[in-house]
Design a protein. Structure first.
Length: 153
C-alpha cells in the first residue's frame, strides 16, 4: 500500500460518510480516538497526553454520535473499522475507547499501555480478521519490527 492508496477524511463531516458509503475501493477505516480532542487537526502525539492545558473543546456526545455513524456505514459497506489505541490504550476506560464511546471496532491496536510502559505492539480483533492466512501451516509467523517500518518517507 502506498500513500496514494490512502484517503484522509474529515472527522465529524457528512461528506466523509458519503465517501465511505459510495466508494468501492475502501477496505478499512482507521480511527485514532485521541483525535477526538483535536478533530481535523494534525495527528496528536505523546505531547497531547502530557499537556494539561488542552485548548480542544472536546464534545464527547458529538464524537460518540460520529463514531456510531462511521460504524453503521462500515457495517453496511463491509468496511473493517479499526481503532488505533496505541496512545490512549485503556486510559479512557477499562474497555478502552470502545467502552468509552460505546462503539465496537472490528480490530484494535494497542501499544505500551498493555505492557506497563515497555515497548510492545498488539493487534486484537474479530476472529475472521485474526485467523491465520493458511490454517494448514500454523507455525508460519510474520514478525514486523521497527517504528514506522512501512511508512513511505
Amino acid at each position: 500500500m502506498t500513500e496514494r492508496e490512502t484517503y484522509t477524511l474529515r472527522d465529524m463531516d457528512d461528506a466523509s460518510l458519503r465517501v465511505l458509503g459510495t466508494r468501492r475501493d475502501i477496505a478499512c477505516v482507521l480511527v485514532n480516538p485521541l483525535q477526538a480532542l483535536h478533530p481535523n487537526s494534525s495527528a496528536p502525539g505523546d505531547s497531547a497526553l502530557l499537556d494539561g492545558g488542552r485548548t480542544a473543546h472536546f464534545d464527547r456526545a458529538a464524537y460518540t454520535r460520529w463514531l456510531h455513524k462511521v460504524r453503521a456505514v462500515c457495517e453496511q459497506r463491509g468496511i473493517v473499522l479499526i481503532f488505533d489505541e496505541v496512545f490512549v490504550g485503556f486510559r479512557l476506560a477499562p474497555g478502552g475507547a470502545q467502552e468509552y464511546f460505546g462503539v465496537r471496532a472490528d480490530m484494535v491496536t494497542y501499544g505500551k499501555t498493555v505492557a506497563g510502559g515497555l515497548p510492545i505492539g498488539v493487534l486484537c480483533g474479530r476472529r475472521e480478521y485474526m485467523r491465520r492466512f493458511r490454517e494448514d501451516r500454523p507455525a508460519d509467523i510474520c514478525f514486523a519490527r521497527g517504528t514506522s517500518i512501512r511508512i513511505p518517507m
